[in-house]
Write a protein that binds this ligand. Structure first.
Ligand code: AMP
Ligand code: MG
Length: 411
């Protein structure tokens, strides 16, 4: 039986388990997408500016285009030769003693070398003349062609995570498609005879399936495309069929439940049979058991069933693996680590494992103050929901008030 064999397994350190998982997560092939579909994705191309931004010299202010030499002895009065709005080619040349009314973004007309903002001018009642109150230097309020980007300039390069700003830059250059690593399509399947869905009263022994909803949301938050594969009974053939169907249409799969030492823990058994699987006992709490393997080359994360464990396991294994698949750089695979200070003792018992305590973090007087977010049982999802971070408690009796504590930031 699997449990006697695996029962003899020793716990492996977290870093080693993470390495095994990451080694099984291959980077997805690049695709070309419309910029509207590319937010948050990692680009695979070097973007080189094919044109100038801005494309022409234009005014940063509403006001008057003038010759700076004409306004050296301001106040001076100039003749208004016309008006130039944004979006049209200038049809006026500014001659000596002349000014042209000009709107923000409009092309600087020939002859002019400066703009006086409207606040520093007064137009005569007949609209024929303008008095400029102050002298302005050449170039005043003129935004030069190419001041943002010049032709041939490298704008950003492979590996960049496309933010709204990057998408704006692309479109400012007339580029509406971009090469990226795609979102990973990730299937989520719950397992357990006890699971039900819906608001109906529970029968004795039943619980509501929460993991699937948590994991689907975690995937969306991680920039993946979640695929709901429903819930499976504790039935070997059914779970095998579900996993086979899942890997057909997904880049990765998450299952929850069925990976520990119970009689009906079929997920690890199935993965052992149909996949190239490694089942691990990781020296952490929560989330000690993890089944991870490749089925038809697709990574399958057999996460533990306890609600907090499945979330912590997602954070420590699935999220980093999926980020790797989507082309993110290694230094961003894991959640950000910061150091906080224990504001209220965080107890634990020595057991050879690293504990990840669900904590609230408050920023005060230049430091992160850390307190328990509530009950620390792996079934107590409400404390996980309330947590801002996972506090890393090394093996031992915990951390006392005032001690530094390493935090994995969840939000
Ligand atoms: P297992 O890993 O299958 O032994 O499950 C461990 C614990 O997690 C049991 O108490 C299960 O009832 C619970 N559990 C498993 N799957 C889910 C789920 N999808 N939603 C909520 N609780 C679950
Ligand atoms: Mg189960």
């Amino acid at each position: 039986m699997a449990q006697t064999r695996t029962g003899a397994l020793v716990m492996i350190p977290l870093a080693e388990a993470q390495e095994r998982v990451l080694a099984g997560c291959g980077i997805l092939d690049e695709v070309t997408l419309a910029v509207g579909d590319a937010r948050g994705l990692v680009t695979t191309e070097t973007v080189v500016a094919p044109e100038l931004v801005p494309p022409f010299d234009n005014t940063a202010m509403d006001g008057f285009a003038v010759r700076s030499a004409d306004v050296v002895d301001a106040p001076v009065t100039l003749n208004i030769a016309g008006t130039i709005a944004a979006g049209v080619p200038p049809d006026i040349t500014v001659g000596a003693g002349q000014a042209v009314r000009i709107m923000t973004g409009a092309v600087i007309p020939p002859g002019a070398d400066a703009v006086v903002m409207v606040e520093l001018t007064e137009t005569s009642p007949d609209g024929e003349e303008v008095t400029v109150a102050q002298s302005v230097p050449a170039g005043n309020h003129i935004r030069g062609a190419g001041e943002d980007l010049t032709v041939g300039q490298t704008v950003f390069g492979p590996g960049e995570v496309l933010t709204p700003g990057h998408l704006g830059v692309l479109t400012s250059l007339g580029m509406y498609q971009v090469k990226v690593r795609p979102k990973a399509r990730v299937g989520v399947m719950s397992t357990g005879d006890e699971l039900v869905e819906g608001p109906q009263p529970l029968e004795m022994g039943q619980i509501r399936d929460s993991n699937r909803h948590t994991l689907l949301a975690l995937l969306a938050e991680a920039g993946c495309e979640p695929v709901d594969l429903g819930s499976m009974a504790d039935d070997e053939a059914g779970i095998a069929a579900g996993i086979r169907a899942g890997v057909e249409k997904c880049d990765a799969l998450l299952t929850s439940g069925g990976v520990s030492m119970g009689d009906y823990d079929y997920v690890k058994k199935v993965l052992e049979e149909i996949g190239d699987m490694s089942w691990m006992q990781v020296a952490i709490k929560p989330a000690k058991p993890l089944a991870f393997g490749l089925v038809e080359g697709i990574p399958v994360f057999g996460l533990p069933g306890n609600p907090v464990s499945s979330m912590v396991s997602f954070e420590l294994f699935a999220r980093p693996g999926l980020r790797k698949m989507m082309g993110h750089s290694p230094d961003t695979w894991h959640r950000q680590r910061v150091t906080g200070r224990v504001a209220q003792r965080l107890r634990r018992r020595p057991d050879g494992k690293t504990h990840f305590a669900r904590v609230r973090v408050e920023y005060a007087d230049g430091e992160f103050l850390v307190r328990s977010a509530g009950g620390q049982g792996s079934h107590q999802l409400s404390a996980m929901a309330a947590a801002d971070a996972l506090a890393v408690l090394p093996d031992g009796v915990g951390l006392d008030e005032g001690e530094p504590v390493s935090l994995l930031v969840l939000r």
